[in-house]
Design a protein around this ligand. Structure first.
Ligand code: ZN
Length: 151
């Protein structure tokens, strides 16, 4: 029988093993750093946003646990070509999913591959591993220059 959980597990293993867009970006115009002291996850997020507010490119460097790496990799894939407003809206949906009840339905039509991270709902301490990159994305777009900490 088709098991959604196995599929989700596969996506996380794959993105952890070979993270997408994992490199420094020389011509980034938005950069932010994030740190999750609870787990030790840390990243530098690079974005290039054009004059129309569209995200042309996203990449990252960093190290951390499998959930963090897979989540960040999936986020970079998802954000390319989106506007800043769309990026924020995807983050809102992702955050809602990550902190929802374990039995709540996942809107996989909207979330797409990001649904793979729904499993963190069962492990509240891992929610920060999954959302660190998204908080860092918000900081990068705001250009605050401050390191994002989950604590
Ligand atoms: Zn972590």
């Amino acid at each position: 029988m088709f098991d959604l959980k196995d599929l989700y597990q596969e996506v996380i293993v794959d993105h952890n093993r070979s993270p997408r867009n994992f490199h420094r970006m020389a011509d980034a115009n938005r950069i932010a750093e994030g740190f999750n002291p609870l787990c030790g996850d840390r990243l530098t997020l690079y974005m290039r946003v054009n004059d129309h507010g569209a995200i042309e490119d996203v990449s990252f460097e960093g190290s951390g646990c499998a959930i963090f790496t897979a989540s960040t990799s999936l986020m970079t894939e998802r954000l390319k070509g989106k506007t800043e407003a769309e990026a924020q809206s995807i983050f809102n949906g992702f955050h809602d999913m990550a902190v929802s009840d374990v039995d709540a339905p996942v809107d996989s039509a909207t979330m797409g591959k990001l649904s793979a991270l729904a499993g963190v709902r069962e492990f509240p301490s891992r929610v920060k591993c999954a959302t660190l990159c998204w908080h860092t994305m918000t900081a990068a777009l705001a250009n605050t220059g401050e390191t994002v900490k989950t604590e």
